[in-house]
Design a binder for this molecule. Structure first.
Ligand SMILES: Cc1ncc(C[n+]2csc(CCOP(=O)(O)OP(=O)(O)O)c2C)c(N)n1
Ligand SMILES: [Mg+2]
Length: 692
């Protein structure tokens, strides 16, 4: 299309040209892919353009500069908006080793191959895959909640690292969102917390277009969003026309000038702005406009009707002169500031660099405790509290909290100086998420995306409330730590609503998530040792409410075997087992009891403690076969949860002792009897198996 000339004489015309380039690239990409969402990018182009060009402190040459402003596209279906911006602003690619490659993150070729295999422009924006994408979005509501985590991160980092004359961290966080984000409950949870915490560096821009997939929002949504956010103690502004870049800039300027609370800018827009038959209709949401409609729309924009993927002269240059120049200046002066900071505060600067690379400080593991044998034992939530409180003193950026259950999950950091993260104390390390599990998960993701090492805790049963963010931690390959206690029917009197059955297998089903259910206090220590060294995997650490005997490691194998996911805890005589007992968590000591009874009767059992399927599955074949010898087919798994998945380890001849129904409300001992978690049952099952 080199022959086409679209000229802009004034800055306003140039702005207009850039906005229409974003629109037409988005329309063309969706049309070419024959799938995608053209309407929102067309409507939001002026909003996003104004934000990027005039406000966002972001250097396209260095998209991972630590103090950059964060931009989140929470309505991830509008991905072409972001890809157009990344391309036009000339954002450069960074590899997984954090090295800048010099090439474009999103090439025009990628846009032409929108939604195709290996394109840097997948259907929804994917963190880690496309440089400049700050978080993976698509499941509505997640992005805005991530943005709250990012805003918290900015405040925490500022409090922790800034020194007089050294404002090392002060980045702002912007999120664009739509009706879908507003309807999802998680946005309410996250906004409520953001208001409570006075996150003044946070700004959401709400695309108020009154359209979702099924049609007009009047079908299901007529709340007063402004009143709702005023209730959350946000500043609320209203831009009555998404095309009014002056009004958008004025609202953003008001935010940028500084306030004492989060900001919501409600922007009235027209989905598929300019499309004569599709504007303001749900048809523009999720399908290509069609060739004819595209031609008419381009005509309306004053665009060459047959031009495709056209980037007029001056557009890239305009971005370079705007966000490019401003971003580079901000980044370069930050680098200078950081050099001076490093000279004056070398230890703090080293911390920042370690965090950026997801490394651990020297000596991080020097205070990890070990626990003496103790038949009465200790609940794994309590041993975990000890380990966490020890290790957190050696990893200053290990911070987290609970959804109002810290007294039960025992994740509170109690040492001097740990403190609470509150509006008046942004340096605190204990977070109070309130009873908002879903937002907690997404906020943890936001914290982790800003390189803090976060953990969050609740009861295992409520992991279901936060399943999507857990899944997204795994999709994004970020090392969020989920601490889930009250891990089985062992919660006792609380009954079936609080007794997890299918949650463990549901977590194990998430690709890339590592679940660990330690058997005793020393396995808890080893679990944390493994977890803290992970840089790219999220973890679900599954802990008991009830006491677990601390195994005598002089008699049984060392808990360090946990690092391999499964290990031989108690061996059969002469190392020749005829039976394998596989167990996790609280059922390991039960397996050991059964083992001792069987041993007394001359039956050669081996107890395999199997705290993490995923870690075990990653071991070499030889190791796995040494733990589960293929010729020993008499195998019993014991776990107080759904047995789904254990077939893989016990094989066709094996037996699985687990839960096939919901639990019941009763004291633990009675439940163990009722549901068969007693040594005698295991012994009887073993004998049955061996008799066959
Ligand atoms: C949690 C979740 N539920 C459902 C969907 C499917 N979905 C994608 S976009 C959309 C409608 C979103 O409407 P809105 O945010 O107003 O976007 P617009 O059509 O205005 O661009 C739905 C239901 C989703 N992506 N995430
Ligand atoms: Mg909408």
């Amino acid at each position: 299309m080199g022959t086409v000339t679209l000229t802009a004489k004034t800055q306003q015309e140039l702005d207009h040209l850039c906005i229409n380039t974003i629109r037409t690239l988005s329309m063309d990409a969706v049309q070419q892919a024959n799938s995608g969402h053209p309407g929102a990018p067309m409507a939001l182009a002026p909003v996003a353009y104004t934000l990027w060009q005039q406000f966002l402190r972001f250097d396209p040459d260095d998209p991972i500069w630590p103090n950059r402003d964060r931009f989140v596209l929470s309505n991830g279906h509008a991905s072409m908006l972001l890809y157009s911006l990344l391309h036009l602003a000339g954002v450069k690619a960074v590899n997984p080793k954090y090295e800048r490659l010099g090439e474009l993150s999103v090439k025009l070729e990628d846009i032409k191959r929108f939604r195709q295999l290996d394109s840097k422009c997948p259907g929804h924006p994917e963190y880690r895959w496309t440089s400049g994408v700050e978080t993976t979005t698509g499941p509505l509501g997640q992005g805005v909640a991530n943005s709250v985590g990012m805003a918290i991160a900015s405040d925490w980092l500022a409090q922790h690292f800034n020194r007089p004359d050294f404002p090392i961290f002060d980045f702002k966080v912007y999120a664009i969102c739509g009706d879908g984000d507003m309807m999802e409950g998680i946005s309410g949870e996250a906004a409520s917390l953001a208001g409570h915490l006075n996150l003044k560096n946070l700004c959401w821009l709400y695309d108020n277009n009154h359209i979702t997939i099924e049609g007009h929002t009047s079908l299901a949504f007529d709340e007063d969003v402004a009143a709702r956010f005023a209730g959350y103690k946000w500043n609320v502004m209203h831009v009555k026309d998404a095309n009014d870049t002056g009004a958008i800039a004025a609202a953003l300027a008001k935010f940028a000038q500084g306030t004492d609370r989060p900001t919501l800018i409600i922007v009235d827009s027209h989905i598929a702005y300019g499309a004569p038959h599709k504007q303001d209709t749900a048809a523009a949401h999720g399908e290509p406009l069609g060739e004819d409609e595209i031609r008419l729309t381009k005509k309306f924009y004053g665009w060459p009707e047959d031009a495709k993927f056209l980037i007029p002269d001056g557009v890239r240059e305009n971005f370079a002169a705007g966000i490019g120049a401003r971003g580079k200046k901000a980044r370069d002066s930050w680098m200078k500031l950081f050099d001076a900071y490093r000279a004056k505060y070398p230890d703090l600067a080293a911390r920042i660099l370690q965090m950026q690379h997801r490394e651990l400080p020297n000596g991080w593991d020097k205070d990890l405790p070990s626990f003496p044998a103790d038949a009465k034992g200790v609940a794994s939530r309590d041993s975990s509290a000890k380990v966490l409180n020890a290790v957190a003193q050696d990893i200053p950026w290990l911070i987290g909290g609970s959804a109002d259950l810290a007294p039960s999950t025992k994740t509170l950091l109690k040492f001097d100086g740990a403190g609470d993260f509150e509006a008046s104390t942004y340096g605190g390390r204990n977070f109070h998420f309130g009873i908002r599990e879903h937002a907690m998960g997404a906020i943890l993701n936001g914290l982790s995306l800003c390189k803090i090492r976060p953990y969050g805790s609740t009861f295992l049963i409520f992991s279901d409330y936060m399943r999507e963010p857990i899944r997204l931690s795994a999709v994004m390959e970020i090392p969020v730590i989920y601490v889930f206690t009250h891990d089985s029917i062992g919660v006792g009197e609380d009954g079936p609503t609080h007794q997890p059955i299918e949650q463990l297998v549901a977590l194990r089903a998430i690709p890339g998530l590592i679940t660990i259910r330690p058997a005793d206090a020393n396995e808890v220590t080893e679990a944390w040792r493994v977890i803290l060294q992970l840089a790219h995997e999220p973890v679900a650490l599954v802990l008991s409410r009830q006491a677990l005997p601390t195994l005598d490691r002089a008699k049984y194998a060392s808990a360090s075997g946990l690092a391999k996911g499964a290990y031989i805890l108690a061996e059969a005589d002469r190392g020749k087992p005829e039976l394998l007992l596989l167990a996790t968590g609280s059922e390991v000591s039960l397996a050991v009891q059964a083992y001792e009874l069987l041993k007394a009767e001359g039956i050669r059992a081996r107890v395999v403690s199997m705290p993490s399927w995923e870690i075990f599955d990653h071991q070499p074949n030889d190791y796995r076969n040494s733990i589960l010898p293929p010729d020993v087919t008499a195998r019993i798994s014991i776990e107080q949860a759904s047995t789904m998945g254990w077939q893989r380890y016990v094989g066709p001849r094996g037996r699985m002792i687990g839960m096939h129904t919901f639990g019941a409300s009763a004291p633990l001992k009675e439940l163990q009897k009722k549901f068969g978690f007693v040594p005698e049952r295991i012994v009887a099952t073993a004998k049955e198996l061996l008799a066959k």
